[in-house]
Design a binder for this molecule. Structure first.
Ligand code: DGL
Length: 297
């Protein structure tokens, strides 16, 4: 009998974010592709990206991408909307491995969900300013009305709460309740107010930090508005890309996840990261900024 042996590729999937938020995407990947290894880079020291210039974000993203390529990843997922908006095209041109962003998948999730064809986009100030979501949504359905809502203030809330380690569930199961504080609920009401009265039925979380704030965001938007994020849709695109390229790890592979951060405080990264990733981050390394800066392509 002729048993065809399928090719396998055990190299890790590179995942990059400005900080901890991209772990929401890494978690979705680890859950959907349990045999794959992940190499995650969080540029926590230079986070937030959403209030920086496009040039800065492009440079940082290419540095991190290069770092991952040097470590032999087979594909890169830019698990940060801000970095996707500023640097996806450049990264795709520069790197030999495929690069996937989160904006096209997020746009797809929104377009497939909306019935009123009126969609709100909640993202960092830089992502909104770039117009990347509007372009991505219109490339699928030019008739959808898009309402951008700049919300960089949410990123600080998430990074600060996670850095303090306060109220994090020690069972490593991220619990939306952690962010249901009076201050965050009030901030959500204030930030989301411009979206009111536009007959929006779908809001896309255009920042990978925001799924952690899904509970206060849903509460502020009220019933009847569906909240979608790009994590699952990005994972589908990643799976399909690896499958067609015959680069899946194979079902007898033992996954090994590694995490790297520019933060000096590895202990806080471990606590907050484990909370978001849903299980302990066992292998965490520090990256010196100087090391990244030397990797500018
Ligand atoms: N997680 C990033 C994103 O998806 C934004 C956070 C930041 O401002 O650095 O846009």
């Amino acid at each position: 009998m002729d048993l065809k042996v399928l090719p396998v590729d055990r190299r890790p999937i590179g995942v990059f974010d400005s900080g901890l938020g991209g772990l929401t995407v890494a978690r979705a990947i680890a859950e959907a592709l349990p045999y794959e290894s992940i190499y995650y880079v969080g540029d926590t020291h230079r986070c937030p990206y959403g209030v920086r210039t496009e040039d800065e974000v492009r440079a940082y993203t290419l540095q991190a991408g290069n770092w991952l390529v040097e470590r032999g990843v087979k594909i890169i997922v830019i698990a940060c909307n801000t970095a996707t908006a500023s640097a996806l095209k450049d990264a795709q041109r520069v790197f030999q491995v495929p690069v996937i962003g989160v904006i096209a998948p997020g746009a797809r999730a929104a377009v497939h969900t909306t019935r009123t064809r009126r969609v709100g986009v909640l993202a960092t100030n830089l992502t909104i300013r770039s117009g990347a979501y509007t372009r991505a949504i219109h490339s699928i359905d030019a008739g959808v009305e898009v309402y951008g809502c700049p919300a960089s203030a949410f990123v600080e809330v998430v990074e600060d709460a996670l850095a303090s380690g306060d109220r994090l569930n020690q069972d490593w199961h991220s619990d939306e309740g952690v962010f249901m504080t009076p201050a965050v609920r009030a901030l959500a009401g204030q930030i989301l107010q411009p979206l009111e009265g536009n007959d929006i039925d779908t809001v896309v979380l255009g920042c990978t930090h925001f799924p952690l704030l899904a509970a206060p965001i849903r509460e502020a938007l009220g019933e009847g508005v569906r909240v979608v994020s790009s994590a699952e849709e990005t994972t589908l695109e990643l799976t399909e890309t690896l499958r067609r390229r015959e680069q899946l790890a194979g079902s007898d592979a033992l996954p090994r996840h590694r995490f790297a951060t520019t933060s000096e405080d590895l202990a806080s990264f471990a606590v907050a990261g484990s909370f978001i990733f849903g299980k302990p981050l066992r292998s965490i390394e520090h990256i010196e900024l100087g090391e990244l800066e030397r990797l500018q392509p």
